[in-house]
Design a protein around this ligand. Structure first.
Ligand code: PMP
Ligand code: GLN
Length: 382
């Protein structure tokens, strides 16, 4: 296990356990406390009752692959052949890991924007590849990167770049200009882009998510990944997908078939239905989440946190220094006792934790009364 030596329990499991043990309000792990669209849930139950309980085909049920391809065409004008260019996975997590295992050789370098979602580092390590962080830093209230640092990170061993937008944990939604900078480097250095777009529909203030694959010269080199968990408030369904040119999807599928072979059938049918019929529900959910974001942001500001306005995702990134604290990890461990609330110390998403030492991430995908109670408790810090 030498390759995995630096990886223990994930911060999400650790913090959720802390919340349960201490009876705290869990604004740590990002999952909503309400269900997805009712008719989609019924579809899943009907699928189970209707006998969809044996192995589906390895690449996924044709119904879902078609629905994913139609969704990509309708929303983004991207055409994918459901037979050869769409693969269903066990959440985006499996898709990301399988893509890295399939496309990176030991010693290859993978650029990641830091702070990065924790599974990226583990997937890169499993492949024996090397991560190359490019740090996102606050600039005029939003986290972004320095194009020169990105260009400098791409060297002769660089094979791929992992791009997560909308970005967890900073809430940044990359602008077209930022994406163009990334695309230029991918084209110039012949890199594969692996995009994690699980929050594609959860953007606010009229900001629209632009898939990297829609930029010139990018469709052919992009492995586009998303999942149903966030879009339809079913994080426990673990149903995701990959869209890419056939040779890339084929490589990912070769790995996927020996990780899990296939993904659960009933959820696939229900998600296929939802991608076609429940996008109005998603629009309403996005508006509701925007209001929750504003509610929690106002609360955190009133407590004294410095707050960065997220343009997407479930999360608000805060700076704890105005409250007199210095270390987010220490504060996260003490927060249950100090305030009966759990949050995520963002420093665990950095190669060097000192770069994110003073940040704490709060999830706002919760009922209004839960947000209000959390803010009431956090006032004890003020
Ligand atoms: N990527 C990011 C950025 C995430 O926040 C998450 C957690 N939802 C995932 C991937 C994992 O997605 P899934 O649950 O579909 O595996
Ligand atoms: N994506 C979720 C988050 O960032 C957690 C997923 C997990 O528990 N691994 O909070």
């Amino acid at each position: 296990m030498t390759r995995m030596r630096e990886f223990g329990t994930t911060v999400f499991a650790e913090m959720t356990r802390l919340a349960v043990e201490t009876g705290s309000i869990n604004l740590g792990q990002g999952f909503p406390d309400t269900d997805g669209p009712e008719r989609m849930l019924e579809r899943a139950v009907e699928a189970v009752r209707g006998g969809w309980n044996q192995y589906p085909p390895g690449p996924g049920l044709p119904e879902l692959r078609r629905a994913v391809a139609e969704h990509r065409a309708r929303w983004y004008g991207l055409e994918y052949d459901p037979e050869t260019e769409v693969l269903v996975t066990v959440g985006a997590t499996e898709a990301i890991t399988a893509a890295i295992l399939a496309l990176c050789e030991p010693g290859d370098e993978v650029i990641v924007f830091e702070p990065y979602y924790d599974s990226y580092a583990a997937a890169i390590a499993l492949a024996g590849a090397v991560r190359r962080p490019v740090t996102l830093r606050p600039d005029a209230g939003r986290f972004t990167f320095d194009p020169d640092e990105l260009a400098a990170a791409a060297g002769p061993r660089t094979r791929a770049i992992l791009v997560n937008s909308p970005h967890n944990p900073t809430g940044t939604v990359f602008t077209r200009e930022e994406l163009e900078t990334i695309a230029r480097i991918c084209r110039d250095r012949d890199l594969i882009a692996i995009t994690d777009e699980v929050y594609e529909h959860l953007t606010f203030d009229g900001v629209e998510h632009v898939p990297l694959a829609t930029l010139p010269g990018m469709r052919e080199r992009t492995v586009m990944i998303s999942s149903a968990g966030k879009t339809f408030s079913v994080t426990g369904w673990k149903t995701g997908w990959v869209c890419a040119p056939a040779p890339l999807v084929g490589a990912v599928q070769t790995v996927k078939q020996f990780l899990t072979f296939t993904a659960s059938a009933p959820w696939q049918l229900a998600v296929a239905y939802a991608l076609r019929e429940e996008m109005d529900w998603v629009a309403a959910q996005r508006a509701a989440l925007e209001a929750k974001r504003d509610r929690l942001m106002a609360g955190l500001k009133s407590v004294g946190f410095e707050v960065f306005t997220p343009a997407g995702t479930y999360f608000i990134q805060t700076d704890i220094r105005p409250l007199g604290f210095a270390d987010g990890h220490e504060l996260a461990l003490r927060l249950p006792e100090l305030a009966g609330v759990v949050a995520i110390p963002t420093q665990v998403f950095y190669d060097d934790p000192s770069r994110g030492r003073h940040y704490l991430r709060f999830a706002f995908c919760k009922k209004d009364e839960v947000i209000d109670e959390a803010v009431r408790r956090l006032q004890r810090l003020a």
